[in-house]
Design a protein around this ligand. Structure first.
Ligand SMILES: Nc1ncnc2c1ncn2[C@@H]1O[C@H](COP(=O)(O)OP(=O)(O)OP(=O)(O)O)[C@@H](O)[C@H]1O
Length: 601
């Protein structure tokens, strides 16, 4: 009983305002152990508190539950520091009580980290963890506004951490929009949302913006005309940071008048839930893509062995092609050997026959690749990395590593663009495709690694169809094609990836679904087509036709001009009023493509 009584006396429990105010009347020093409800008061500290109370409290000067102000703060169960701090402060209290010293003018400790850098760090970390989910709706996707919306979001200082174009399921729409489920037109809304592609984004703040935000906040509190009340000064900074941060993405979309095209979820629990649903790998896995190259001798003699090692090491081969390097390309790739006696031999060897270029992807891919292949010369590898592929696949012909790989993620991106430049093709999902078939086709498109860079849903009348099917306009079955297209809206898309034209045609399969079922049973037309006319999808026949059709379609079909912009408040390309947004976008794509060539070589 005595023990229990002492224990009760040891730490008073303060859980109401009146107990708090009563506690403030205590004379002397009060130590407050602040804890989270889920873990309770720190058991590890109780022995120390009991000892201190017994040793120091004969004059009732020490209480464990402020002297009106918080004057010291210790984080964590740091027993020696707590011990020393309490002894020092109790000694001070005794001297004050005996009139031997004047109470110091304490500066209150803010209930944020005492160290300013830590405080910044902490708020930065918590901000780092704040994500939002944004859904760009089908309406925006179908009218070509997606790129512009994403550009706006990025230009405002947000970072698009992940994105995915997908047709939302009914359950996903009901779940995401549960707050408006009672609205009278909700069922119609669900049907619109599930009928076509949406673009799902995970959005966060960029670091640059965070720093700016913190500096602004500090500046604001420093220039405050009046001192804030003492007992709140520590809180103020935090509140300001939070306030600005909490409201940004949604407020920004409102301010820019794009909220009707893009909905945002910012509640932490819901965001976490939707990240798990839409991006199950987002939290755990950081996949990295690199460019790898097998030099000609290695490619010729050991390709199969090497590819199986890559697969066993967890690399997925996303793309591969063989190519004979030009002298200039070889010199760029072998720059690190340019001062060596054997440099000319290396260049000769590298241009003598085909190399194999690959895009490999893996979690932590870059570092794993470097560890796997080892240093750049066989001599060095033998000494420092005897188990590396460099040693394992060393060839007499050259003293260098037979593997080349990107040195950094930035270099990887540049090199992939160079060796696997993206190509555009025009694709169409015809009106007779059912909702489920559309969804399945989108999935096939995604699985095959295409990016949908432009999309519009439109009823293709003769004037439009002529722009796509100009090649068959003279054929006797063309009227049938026009009739079929006039049955309802088609989805017209620009698909982008390396070798897009050929890959999309392969994925579609032969024109006649009967033939497709025989020759390419997995193809889209084999699975969903019913006749040559009703074969569900279309694609450009070659790269030239693709460029022409894309130009015809998106210039003619999306009538966006500065005189007639889709969004009158946001004129398209003020620098060049004669260009439509769509042209502007495509010109950008081309520029990027050529830019990469010249930049890299
Ligand atoms: N004999 C036919 N009878 C009816 N419709 C046809 C016939 N041949 C082609 N079509 C229709 O015209 C479209 C364009 O014909 P084309 O010869 O360009 O075929 P394709 O290149 O295989 O297909 P697409 O151009 O649609 O990708 C076909 O997708 C099909 O819908």
């Amino acid at each position: 009983m005595a023990g229990k009584k002492r224990e009760i006396q040891l730490q008073a429990v303060i859980n109401t305002q009146s107990l708090w105010e009563e506690m403030l009347q205590n004379k002397g020093l009060t130590v407050i152990d602040v804890y989270q409800a889920w873990c309770g008061p720190c058991k590890a500290m109780q022995t120390l508190f009991r000892k201190l109370k017994n040793e120091l409290n004969e004059d009732e000067i020490l209480h464990f539950v402020v002297n009106g102000k918080i004057i010291a703060k210790i984080e964590g169960a740091n027993a020696p520091l707590v011990n020393q701090t309490i002894i020092n402060l109790v000694n001070e209290e005794r001297k004050i009580a005996a009139g031997e010293m004047v109470r110091p003018q304490y500066h209150e400790i803010a209930l944020v980290d005492s160290n300013a850098d830590n405080a910044r760090e902490t708020s930065k970390e918590s901000i780092d963890r704040i994500f939002s989910i944004a859904i760009i709706k089908p309406e925006a996707m179908n009218t070509g506004k997606t790129v512009e919306i994403k550009e706006n979001i990025v230009n405002a200082g947000f970072v698009i951490e992940a994105e995915d174009n997908r047709v939302l399921t009914e359950n996903q729409v009901r779940d995401f929009y549960s707050q408006i489920a009672e609205q009278p037109d909700f069922e119609e809304f669900v049907s619109l949302m599930t009928n076509s592609l949406s673009c799902i984004l995970v959005v966060s703040r960029s670091n640059e913006q965070e720093l700016l935000l913190e500096e602004e906040t500090i500046f604001e509190s420093e220039t405050e005309p009046q001192e804030p009340p003492e007992d709140q000064s520590g809180m103020d900074t935090t509140t300001l940071v939070k306030k600005k941060w909490d409201s940004t993405l949604e407020e920004y979309l409102d301010k820019e008048n794009i909220h009707q095209f893009c909905d945002v979820e910012e509640d932490v629990d819901n965001v976490n839930k939707f990240i798990d649903i839409f991006f199950p790998d987002f939290k755990n896995i950081k996949l990295e893509k690199i460019l790898a190259l097998l030099r000609p001798d290695l490619f010729q003699e050991k390709k199969e062995d090497v590819l199986s090692i890559f697969q066993n090491e967890g690399f997925q081969i996303l793309m591969q092609r063989q190519l004979v390097l030009s002298e200039e390309e070889a010199q760029t790739l072998c720059k690190e050997y340019e001062n060596e006696d054997y440099f000319e031999n290396v260049i000769e060897n590298m241009t003598s026959g085909p190399s194999l270029a690959l895009v490999l992807v893996r979690e932590n891919g870059l570092q794993h690749w470097k560890d796997l292949i080892g240093p750049s010369t066989v001599e060095e590898a033998k000494q420092s990395h005897p188990d590396s592929l460099c040693v394992q696949f060393a060839m007499e012909s050259l003293p260098i590593n037979q593997f080349y790989g990107s040195d950094s993620l930035e270099a990887a991106e540049r090199e992939i663009q160079y060796f696997f430049p993206p190509q555009n093709t025009l694709a169409l999902i015809k009106p007779h495709a059912t909702h489920e078939q559309r969804e399945a086709i989108f999935n096939r498109i995604k699985e095959a690694g295409f990016e949908i860079t432009q999309m519009t849903e439109i009823l293709l009348l003769k004037e439009h169809a002529d722009k796509i099917y100009y090649k068959i306009a003279h054929k006797d079955f063309y009227n049938g094609v026009l009739e079929m297209l006039s049955e309802g809206p088609s989805l017209v898309m620009v698909l982008s990836k390396w070798n897009a034209v050929t890959d999309w045609r392969r994925l579609m399969g032969p024109t006649d679904p009967t033939e497709a079922k025989l020759l390419s049973p997995d193809s889209i037309r084999a699975q969903f087509g019913t006749s040559p006319l009703r074969n569900v999808v279309h694609g450009s026949s070659n790269a030239t036709e693709a460029i022409e059709a894309i130009h015809n379609v998106f210039q003619g079909i999306v009538p966006e001009t500065p005189e007639n912009p889709v969004n009158p408040e946001n004129p398209v390309n003020p620098e060049n009023p004669r260009k439509t947004k769509v042209q502007y976008l495509f010109n950008n794509c081309y520029f990027l493509f050529f830019g990469c060539y010249s930049d890299w070589v």
